[in-house]
Write a protein that binds this ligand. Structure first.
Ligand code: PLP
Length: 385
């Protein structure tokens, strides 16, 4: 039986035992509804308040600035659509980038469908926002600016603090999708000019279906759902106490371990990257010319295709993902790589390896041997030298 190597932490992570332990009582005796006045309700309310306080502390936020949601996608929708709808009459335009996760990009398209003016900023060949294009697009007509902090396909870090400051000079609300940044980049919202920030639990050891949105005090957002007064009416619906508790615990652990874990991952990624580039000299590592978060390595080799490589890797016990979206059997180039100007034949061979808690030194050694061998085989089959 081959050793299994999980290199898909940017897709999801295993739930941490500490998180399971923190959540377990809420699937048992502590089952109350936080809105109820009796003792079960009060107990659930206390747990929810505590979770909110603990999560807020990891971000440098105030308790009333945390909205619990069902995932990163919901947080992105609530931020982008909610903030735009709240300001649309005075400021109808929205600015975002073409390399956002679809949770932001498709929501921005939705803004356009509702009569908004969508402005996409250019990115350079490394996947970094072009400052000239950004400055030209952010003006007094813009209500919302949304720029992701760390890109989920290539790991490139955007200069979010500077971009946020610029947006604020023009009076726009600034949102960042920090789903891949949380636990990798130091975030202190008490000093940063960010109005809205998205996190997702399943990328940091909490269950899938957990998320939160930071909403700076005084920033208006229209709710996406209508009903009760939970979360100050910003997100009605009976709160998922167990998941809020789990998310807060995972966030605390991610922040506590951030520096040591980032150093560890950076070393592992560098070693793997150097080994792959040595053995496959014509390989392209996307975003290599920019600052990158330590957990993502996205590599393309001309003459191969992502889908076949993923299957070959999977057969050998190695789980990665593609930088391309597979649609009905055909691989279309990733929108991120396309926006960076990567040629389609390179883009359609992209493989994303994402490191995390399960990644060991031994994994890197194994993949450094296996990947070049599989590439060579794929090239031979395609009739290439
Ligand atoms: N934003 C980014 C950058 C992501 O990587 C993801 C998930 O892959 C999301 C948003 C969506 O998060 P969720 O899966 O919690 O909806």
């Amino acid at each position: 039986m081959p050793k299994h190597v999980y290199l898909d932490h940017a897709a999801t992570t295993p739930v941490r035992p500490e998180v399971v332990e923190a959540m377990t009582p809420f699937f048992g005796p502590r089952f109350g509804n936080p809105s109820s006045v009796h003792r079960w309700g009060r107990d659930a309310r206390t747990a929810l308040d505590e979770a909110r306080e603990r999560l807020a502390r990891t971000l440098g936020a105030r308790v009333d600035e945390i909205v619990f949601t069902s995932c990163g996608t919901e947080s992105d929708n609530l931020a982008v659509l909610g903030a735009w709808r709240a300001t649309r009459s005075e400021r109808p335009a929205i600015v975002t980038t073409p390399i956002e996760h679809k949770a932001v990009l498709a929501t921005s398209h939705r803004v356009a469908a509702e009569g908004g003016e969508e402005r996409l900023v250019d990115v350079n060949e490394h996947g970094v926002v072009d400052r000239v294009s950004y400055d030209a697009k952010v003006d007094a007509r813009v209500g919302v600016v949304s720029v992701m902090w760390v890109n989920n396909e290539i790991g490139v870090v955007q200069p979010v603090p500077e971009l946020a400051a610029r947006a604020k000079e023009h009076g726009a609300v600034f949102h960042t999708d920090a789903v891949q940044a949380f636990g990798k980049i130091a975030i202190d919202l008490s000093t940063l000019p960010i109005d809205l920030l998205t996190i997702s639990g399943h990328k940091i050891g909490a269950p899938k279906g957990t998320g939160a949105l930071f909403v700076r005090r005084g920033v208006r957002i229209d709710p996406l759902m209508h009903g009760g007064e939970q979360d100050r009416g910003r997100r009605p619906g009976t709160e998922n106490v167990a998941f809020a508790v789990g998310l807060a615990r995972a966030a605390e652990l991610a922040v506590e371990e951030r520096e040591a874990e980032c150093t560890r991952l950076e070393q592992l990624r560098s070693r793997l990257e150097a080994a792959l580039l040595e053995r496959i000299p014509d390989a392209v590592v996307h975003g290599r010319g920019a600052q990158r978060a330590p957990h993502i390595l996205n590599i393309s080799v001309a003459g191969t295709d992502s889908e076949s490589m993923l299957m070959a890797l999977d057969l050998k016990g190695v789980a990665c993902s593609a930088g391309s979206a597979c649609q009905s059997g055909s691989v279309s180039p990733s929108h991120v790589l396309s926006a960076m100007g990567v040629r389609p034949e390179i883009a359609t061979s992209a493989i994303r390896m994402s490191l995390g808690s399960l990644t060991s030194d031994e994994d890197m050694t194994l993949v450094a041997e296996l990947f070049p061998a599989l590439i060579q085989k794929a090239r031979r089959l395609a009739g290439q030298p």
